[in-house]
Structure formats: C-alpha cells, structure tokens
Write a protein that binds this ligand. Sequence first.
Ligand SMILES: [Zn+2]
Length: 300
Amino acid sequence: MVHRSRFVAVLCCLQVVLLLSCSKNNEVQEEETSSATALNPILRTYDPVMLASPYGPRLLGGSYDFHSGVDMAHPTGTPVHAILDGKVVRAETAQPGSTLERYGQFVVISHDPFDEVELHQTVYLHLSETLVKVGDEIKQGDVIGKVGNTGVNINTEHLHFEYHIGENSGAIRRSNARHPLRILPYQSKSAVVDISKTNNELTITVVQVKSSMDLVSITISPMGHESKRIDFETLEGINKENVDVVPYQGIDIIPSPFNSVSSQMVLTFKVEGVWTDLEGVAVKLVNAKGKAQEFIHKFQ
Ligand SMILES: [Zn+2]
C-alpha cells in the first residue's frame, strides 16, 4: 500500500528538463521528463507503462479505429492495481447486447481532485476477475482485479485503461475520455515529423517511439489556406457521427500496424486539396503533457 506521504514526496522531487533544439524542418522542440505521481497499474511502480495499442487512431483487425483508451498486453491473471487513491463507483460485468458489451468485467474508480482536475475517474476493462465492490475505499496500489479478455469480441488478453475528466460517478461518455498518458507514468519524447506534397495531397507523417505515444492534437496550416485542427480528446475536427470513419474534414489518417512488439507508431495524415503552388506548411503537435512541437516546412 502506498500512502499519501510518499505521494507528496514524489511531487516535491518533480524534475523538469526542457531542451530546445532545431532540426531541418525549423522545428522548435520542447522535451520534458518528470516523475509520475500515478502508478503503473500493472507493475505497481512509477515505471513507464508499455502500451500494446495507442490512444486515438489505430488499426483494429486491419481497419481504422478510434481508441478511447490504451491497452497493456499481459497474461490473464496478472494483478491490476489502482493508480491513485479513490473510491469504487462501478464494478460489474457488462451484459452481451448492452451498449458496453465489449467491456466485459470492469471497474471504475473515482479520485479526489488532483492537479487542478476536479472530477476524474479511471476505468479498467476486460478483467478476468474483479476484486472490489462499489463503495470500497481504495488506496493507490491496491489490487482491484486481474487482467483478462472478457467482453464481446475481445480476443487478446490485455488491460484496456481509460482516463475520464469531468466525471466521477462511473458514467461512461466518450466525450470525457482524455489521453491516458496525462495521468499514467511515461517519459515524454519528441515526435519526428516528415512533410511532403503532390499536386493534390499534402502528407504529414508523425513518428512516435513506443514509450511516448502521447499525441493529442495536430494543427495543419498550409500557407495561404485555412488551418485544420484535429483534437483526439475534444474530438474537434473529428467525424463525431462516427469517430471510427475517416477522412475527417478532408484529412485521411492512416495508422501503422502496431502491437506489443512494435517499436514505434506512425500516423500518416493526408490532406486533400490543390497544392500545386503551395509554398510551405506549418504543423503544430500538442502532447498529453500539454507541450507543443512546431514545424515549419518550405517547399522548394
Ligand atoms: Zn483497448
């Protein structure tokens, strides 16, 4: 059990390192490393989580899918720990045919206000076993259940984890889902961006290393044209009718295949338009820690 005193000690030891550098695309980078205050739900330590599937755009069974959480692949029976102190607000088995049928056995924990977030909850899906009940007061690090593959059409053993803000009653709404790397421990690293064009397609390729798949939003500003912004958290710029269908506002998103042994995640954004005379483009990325990376690319 990890007590509040340790929690505070970690906060006091927070180390922030900012690095500024320039690359060939006139990129200004900000890089931050910091100690985490929430636990890795599998390791029960502050070590970075190892993801088997990213938040936001991904491939699921070869098709485009917009993922509202992250996956951690571990064998059935692996203990799952609460990442912070809290109270169990849901612990149940979703019934086949219900809207949550893919959840299987799941737990939702509400947490005290933290880091200027008033209402927030963490969500743990596909459990093989649930070891808590509604109303239980939970300490950070307590075992709440075990990894499994419960839920309709869930074929692989993994923990699906979500982080919701603006809610702590256990209600599940996609609009509350935020990037889980806002809260889970990881080390932030800059993305690498490549920009190219043809006469009718502007292509931005974003490469993130596996340990830092933290992209939250992208703003694409072709010179002399309207900017377009896609935000995976607020769903700005995304097809809200069906988030699992691209293109979004003329931007096709092509995720690379990714699984537990992949070393990096590649997202390709293809913007439709007439780009024959385009002189340049600015691209801004914002990550789960709120840090921005900006790139300015001039075409010859
Ligand atoms: Zn998942």
